[in-house]
Design a protein around this ligand. Structure first.
Ligand SMILES: Nc1ncnc2c1ncn2[C@@H]1O[C@H](COP(=O)(O)OP(=O)(O)O)[C@@H](O)[C@H]1O
Ligand SMILES: [Mg+2]
Length: 370
C-alpha cells in the first residue's frame, strides 16, 4: 500500500512546487521591487468578483518579460493555478502554433495531459469551458497581433471571478483592440540614470557602484544605453573583461560611432569583439537554435571542429546567450536574435549567405540552384 502511496504523494508535491516555484529572473535585478508593486496595484488583487486584465507595454529590451515574471513570482501562491506563455509572437509562426499555445494553457492550468486540440475554435471552446472553475493567473508574453489574444484569452467571461491576466507587448494598439483601458496598461519606463549605472556596474564589476577610477567612464557608457536593461547587461558584461582605462576609452569611442547607433548597434559591439568560432556559434543560435535543446547542437559544433563548450561559456558570460537550466535549451533575447539575423542577411544575396532560416528564401535558393 505504501509503495502505491509514495509516488502519489511525490506527484502531488511536485505539482504544488511547480505551481509556485519561482521563475528565473535577471542575474542582477535592479528596480524590480517598485515596478512589481505598481503592477500589483493595477491587478487589484482584492477585487475578488472581477476578472482583470493588465497589459505591460514598452519597447524591446526594457524589461517587460522580467516584470511579468517577477509579478507572477510575487503573487502566484494566491491563485489556484498559474501559467506563463512565453514568446508568443514567435511561437505562433510554427505549424499549429496558436493551437499548441491553447493546449499549453489547458495543460498547465488543469494539469491535464490528455486533451488534444485540432482547431482554434475547439481550443477556445475548451479554455472557456474547462478553465472556468478555477481562479487562475495567466501571463501571455510578447504578443504582436490581436488575433493571438482573441484565441488565447478572448473574453473576461471565459474566466472564473478573481482571475488575473497579464499581457506584455511592444504594440499598444494590440491591447487597445482587446478592450484594455488606458488605466489597465502599465507603461514600463526605462531605467533612471542612477539605476542604469547600478545595472551596468553590477555586470562590469560585480558591485553596485563602479570602481573609483572607472566612475566617469562607466557613467558615460551607461548613458549610451538609454535606460534599456538589455543593453546595459550586454555592455556591462563586455567591459567586465577589459581592464585598463585605455581599452575602455577605445570601446567607448567605438560605441559613439554612427554604426553603433540604436539598440542593435550597441549590441553588435559585443558581437564584433568575439573570435571567429564564437561568432559562428552565436549566429547558429540566432538563426536556428533559440528555444532548442543544447545537446545536438554541441555534437554538431564539435563535429565541425569548433569548441562549443568554451564558445558557449564566452557567449553566456557576455550575456548574449542564456541556457535555461530546467529545459537545457538556448535562450536568446529577440533583440539580440534580430541583430544576429541581420548580420547574416547583410552578408550577401540569399544564395551566397552562410545561413538561411526563412522557408520562402530556402525554397527560392533551392529552385534557383537547379
Ligand atoms: N529590472 C531589471 N534589472 C536587471 N536586469 C533586467 C531588468 N529588467 C530586465 N533585465 C534584463 O534585461 C534583458 C531584457 O529584459 P526583458 O524582460 O527580456 O525585456 P523585454 O521583455 O521588454 O524585451 C533581460 O536579459 C533581463 O534579464
Ligand atoms: Mg520579452
Amino acid at each position: 500500500k505504501e509503495q502505491k502511496l509514495i509516488p502519489f504523494i511525490i506527484k502531488r508535491i511536485l505539482a504544488y512546487v511547480s505551481k509556485v516555484a519561482p521563475l528565473e529572473l535577471a542575474k542582477y535585478p535592479v528596480g524590480l521591487h517598485s515596478r512589481v508593486q505598481q503592477m500589483i496595484n493595477l491587478l487589484d488583487l482584492e477585487a475578488s468578483n472581477d476578472v482583470i486584465m493588465v497589459g505591460i507595454h514598452g519597447i524591446g529590451g526594457v524589461g517587460k518579460t522580467t516584470i511579468a515574471k517577477a509579478t507572477r513570482n510575487a503573487i502566484a501562491s494566491r491563485f489556484e493555478a498559474t501559467c506563463f506563455i512565453s514568446d508568443v509572437k514567435n511561437k505562433v509562426k510554427q505549424v499549429n502554433g496558436l493551437a499548441s499555445l491553447q493546449l499549453q494553457i489547458i495543460t498547465e492550468l488543469l494539469n491535464d495531459k490528455h486533451s488534444t486540440i485540432t482547431d482554434l475554435s475547439q481550443g477556445t471552446n475548451l479554455i472557456e469551458r474547462r478553465i472556468h472553475s478555477r481562479r487562475v493567473l495567466i501571463i501571455i508574453d510578447d504578443v504582436d497581433d490581436h488575433e493571438q489574444l482573441k484565441e488565447l484569452v478572448g473574453s473576461r467571461s471565459w474566466f472564473c471571478h478573481g482571475s488575473r491576466i497579464i499581457i506584455t507587448t511592444r504594440y499598444k494598439h494590440v491591447l487597445n483592440v482587446h478592450g484594455l483601458k488606458e488605466e489597465e496598461i502599465y507603461e514600463l519606463q526605462s531605467l533612471t540614470p542612477r539605476e542604469s549605472l547600478e545595472l551596468f556596474s553590477l555586470h562590469a564589476f560585480g558591485t553596485a557602484t563602479p570602481f573609483k577610477e572607472y566612475a566617469r567612464l562607466s557613467e558615460e557608457i551607461a548613458s549610451t544605453a538609454e535606460g534599456l536593461p538589455l543593453t546595459l547587461e550586454v555592455l556591462g558584461s563586455l567591459f567586465f573583461d577589459k581592464r585598463g582605462e585605455e581599452g575602455w576609452e577605445e570601446s567607448l569611442g567605438r560605441l559613439r560611432k554612427d554604426e553603433h547607433n540604436g539598440v542593435h548597434g550597441k549590441l553588435r559591439l559585443s558581437y564584433e569583439e568575439l573570435d571567429e568560432t564564437e561568432k559562428h556559434i552565436f549566429l547558429d543560435i540566432a538563426c536556428f537554435l533559440q528555444g532548442k535543446g543544447t545537446e545536438n547542437a554541441i555534437y554538431m559544433w564539435r563535429e565541425s571542429g569548433l569548441f562549443p563548450v568554451i564558445g558557449l561559456k564566452v557567449l553566456i558570460h557576455k550575456s548574449l546567450v542564456k541556457i535555461d537550466s530546467i529545459f537545457n535549451e538556448f535562450r536568446m533575447h529577440d533583440q539580440i536574435q534580430e541583430m544576429g539575423r541581420r548580420i547574416v542577411s547583410q552578408e550577401h544575396h540569399p544564395e551566397l549567405r552562410s545561413r538561411l532560416w526563412r522557408s520562402d528564401e530556402i525554397l527560392d535558393v533551392l529552385q534557383y540552384k537547379k
